[in-house]
Each structure stands twice: as C-alpha cells, then as structure tokens.
Design a protein around this ligand. Structure first.
Ligand SMILES: O=c1ccn([C@@H]2O[C@H](COP(=O)(O)O)[C@@H](O)[C@H]2O)c(=O)[nH]1
Length: 273
C-alpha cells in the first residue's frame, strides 16, 4: 500500500488507529480454546468487529512465534484474511528484525513476499546494510525503531553521539540511505514530549506510535507534538483494545474501546484536514 493510499484511508475513516493483534492464549475467552485454531478465531472476530474503526493492524510476531508452528500458521491465516477481505487496511509485522545484508534480505522476503505484509518493524543497531535490503521493496515500508516506549529507551537511545542523542543520529543518518522514502519510524506514545524535535528531523515521515492504553501514553499529547499536515501518525493500542473483555462479548467490547479512540482521533483530525 502506498503512503497516499494510507492517507486517503485515514481521511475516509477519520481514524489513524492501528490495532495490535498480540494474542496470548492465557488472556483470550475460554470458549475459543475449544476451536481448532483459537488464535486465528480470536483475530478474525476482532477484525470483523473493528475493521471500520482502524486503518492498520499490527500483529507482534513474538505472540505467534511463542506457539511454534501453530502460531506461525495462525499469523499466516490472519494476514491472508486481512489481505483477502480488507485490502485497504495497512498491515504491520511487528518483528523488529535486522541482520547482515544477505540475512536481512531473507527477512524482507519472509514478510513482504511470502506473508505479503505492507510493512515490517526493524531495529537500526546493525546499520545501513542491515536496513537497505528491506527498503529495496517497492510500495513496502520499513518501520525503524527510533525512540521506543519502554523505560530502557533511556539506556542507549538518548546517549550522546556526535553531539546529539543517538535516536536523533539514527533519524538523520537513515534519511541518507537508498530508498529512504520507504522508511517510517517507531516513537513511543510515552515519549510524546520528544515528538516536536523528532518532527524537525523527519517532518514528512509516518510515525508508528505504540504505548497508548496499557502503557499510559496520551493520544492528545502525541497529536499535539507529532501530527503533520498529512497526519503522519499511526497510533497503536493492543492490550487496551483486544482484552477489553475475556467473555463471549470480547469482540463487541474491543469495538467499543476502538471506537472511543477513533472518536478522539476524529476530533484531532479537524485541525489537520
Ligand atoms: O517502542 C515500542 C515498540 C513496539 N511496541 C509494541 O507495541 C505493542 C504495544 O502493546 P500495548 O498492549 O498497547 O502496550 C506491543 O506489541 C509492543 O511490543 C511497544 O510497545 N513499544
């Protein structure tokens, strides 16, 4: 999906919500555990109930890898279900990959060619040759960690390198890489106050912003400092939406939580479009 297509979906749905599909078998409703593929059944019901309220879904691959082959199969069924039934939804494989060049090429093939995700998250630590193989894919997006939502972000990401914080150096340098127009960046909602300076370095890039909901990030603060004139934000909530209820009404409860965020987003979009 192109960035312009994503922006037009945001305008149409009045939403820049990304729903995280982080499925934990200990948290889903009991009755689903009797099904042949509980992970996929859970995702399908969540997607059916919420697809009109969001523009993106983000399965975090850890939650599928943890269940071995059956988890990976459920991930494959989920992305196929999205691509077949909701082709206008932006899909993110939150896999945080990155390795030497030839290995990164295989990661990129796995997520872009085999699974057909629109985007994948990547860690920048191994540098340019570890990220460029992802950027080589046309109309696919590489979402690189910049300033993450966790407390450990302050261990390395804010250390001074070349007289500026490391995450700023990552943003600056990544703009010089081949096909850098395919880059988006992760910035945690819990770091909203950093967004104004981040916007000075990457004014036009899309930012994936996790950390609203369970981690306590504030949607309005993210919009105040991070929104650009084409929105430029995908705000993610995972647990806060998908585990709104662990009873039979879980999908309806998730839709209510998603609608609450979508309505707040519609208000913010008044200042934008
Ligand atoms: O800085 C980061 C990068 C990624 N994540 C991921 O986003 C979701 C957040 O889930 P919640 O349940 O809404 O807290 C999860 O998959 C994280 O691994 C992040 O939180 N922060």
């Amino acid at each position: 999906m192109t960035t312009n297509h994503l922006i037009s979906e945001i305008k149409k749905k009045q939403s820049f919500l990304c729903i995280g599909l982080d499925v934990d078998l200990d948290k889903i409703p009991q009755h689903l555990l009797q099904k042949e593929d509980p992970i996929f059944e859970f995702n399908k019901e969540i997607i059916d109930a919420t697809h009109h309220l969001c523009v993106a879904y983000k399965p975090n691959t850890a939650f599928y890898e943890a269940y071995g082959l059956k988890g990976w199969r459920a991930l494959e069924k989920t992305i196929n279900y999205l691509n077949e039934n909701h082709p206008n939804i932006f899909t993110i494989a939150d896999a945080k990959r990155g390795d030497i060049g030839n290995t990164s090429t295989m990661y990129a093939k796995a997520f872009f060619e085999d699974l057909q995700f629109d985007s994948v998250t990547v860690a920048p630590y191994m540098g340019k040759d570890s990220v460029e193989p992802f950027l080589a894919f046309e109309d696919k997006h590489t979402i690189m960690l910049a300033l993450t939502s966790n407390i450990g972000a302050f261990d390395f990401q804010t250390l001074s390198v070349n007289n500026q914080e490391l995450y700023k150096e990552v943003l600056e340098v990544s703009k010089t890489w081949t096909n850098s127009e395919n880059l988006m960046y992760v910035v945690g909602a819990t770091k909203a106050e950093f967004l104004a300076e981040i916007r000075q370095i990457v004014p036009d890039s899309f930012l994936l912003v996790p950390g609203v909901g369970a981690q306590g990030g504030n949607l309005q603060d993210v919009c105040k400092y991070g929104m650009n004139d084409t929105v430029g934000l995908l705000i993610n909530s995972s647990r806060g939406i998908i585990y709104a209820s662990n009873k039979e009404d879980f999908a309806t409860a998730a839709a209510h939580k998603a609608q609450d965020l979508q309505q707040q987003m519609a208000v913010e979009l008044n200042d934008c479009f």
